[in-house]
Design a protein around this ligand. Structure first.
Ligand SMILES: O=C(O)CCC(=O)C(=O)O
Length: 278
């Protein structure tokens, strides 16, 4: 990606809260992801709870993708996307969540518009983005299929809008048409949401969420992926799971017992920039 293109994406996110990266991945890869997610859904869908019916839910969420198939390993570290993510969040950003989101056909239980950082107690508008989400478009997204809705500029609005879904400001939501292979990237602070799927087809996206390296991700990857599996991952993927420290300091492994020598002479102990994998 050229500098001018990167700059345009960063400015779009700053101005309207989101940007669209076209042709990040091939239609063949989109089809392969779709086939694999549908297999995982078929094989692992949890049984209905007592009293629950299939009609009670409007979409399937699939997690554990990094553990299920190496075909997903490159997704969170795709350089075409992470270049923009790094421009927004700074170096040493972290993966926060990674899941498939598959909207059922003919569903009208629309998802409320929300920011993804509603739980983060930092006043709005944020001085700089603290998280962002990359939605990998696997099937057609648009008004007919339940494509993601976003309210341009809403990253600057107060959180109260979350509790006023009828507010005129939220009626300004747009629903971009996007083809498989595109990636929608939005600031976590932007009000957005899935939508009614009026079509006869399932609507599938891969939702890849990132946080700045100094904030705690939603997923605790150290408890979610066993270390023997992490060892097999590409180094960049290990980094975004938190095996690399932020600025060489935050997130260090300091659990060792004992005293050590420190000094300001520049000769003392140096911290490990990456966590040990043994
Ligand atoms: O599926 C979508 O288009 C958006 C999903 C979303 O915003 C969420 O699950 O938080």
């Amino acid at each position: 990606m050229q500098d001018a293109e990167l700059q345009a994406h960063l400015e779009a996110v700053e101005e309207q809260g989101f940007t669209i990266l076209p042709n990040v991945f091939s239609v063949e890869r989109a089809n392969a992801f779709r086939k694999r997610i549908r297999e995982i859904e078929r094989d692992t869908l949890h049984p209905l709870e007592p009293g629950e019916t299939e009609e009670d839910s409007s979409f399937y969420r699939t997690t554990g993708l990094l553990r299920v198939d190496p075909m997903f390993w490159d997704v969170p570290i795709d350089p075409k996307v992470t270049k923009v993510v790094e421009g927004l969040l700074g170096a040493d950003f972290l993966l926060s969540t990674f899941s498939g989101i598959d909207l059922k056909p003919k569903q009208t239980t629309i998802q409320p518009l929300h920011p993804d950082d509603a739980l983060v107690p930092v006043s709005r508008p944020h001085e700089r983005p603290i998280g962002c989400t990359a939605m990998w478009v696997i099937t057609d997204f648009g008004p007919q299929t339940g494509g993601t809705r976003l309210v341009p500029g809403s990253q600057r609005e107060p959180l109260d809008l979350l509790f006023n879904q009828d507010d005129e400001r939220l009626r300004e939501a747009v629903q971009p048409d996007m083809k498989p292979g595109s990636v929608l990237l939005f600031d976590h602070a932007t009000f957005h949401g899935g939508s009614d799927n009026h079509s006869d087809e399932w609507r599938l996206g891969l939702q890849v969420s990132y946080h700045a390296g100094w904030i705690r991700p939603y997923t605790n990857w150290f408890r979610s992926v066993p270390i023997e599996e992490v060892r097999e991952f590409p180094e960049k993927l290990q980094d975004v799971l938190g095996y690399k420290t932020f600025m060489g300091g935050i997130g260090s492994a300091n659990a060792g017992i004992g005293s050590y020598r420190e000094s300001y002479s520049g000769k003392g102990r140096t911290r490990e920039p990456r966590l040990p994998l043994d």
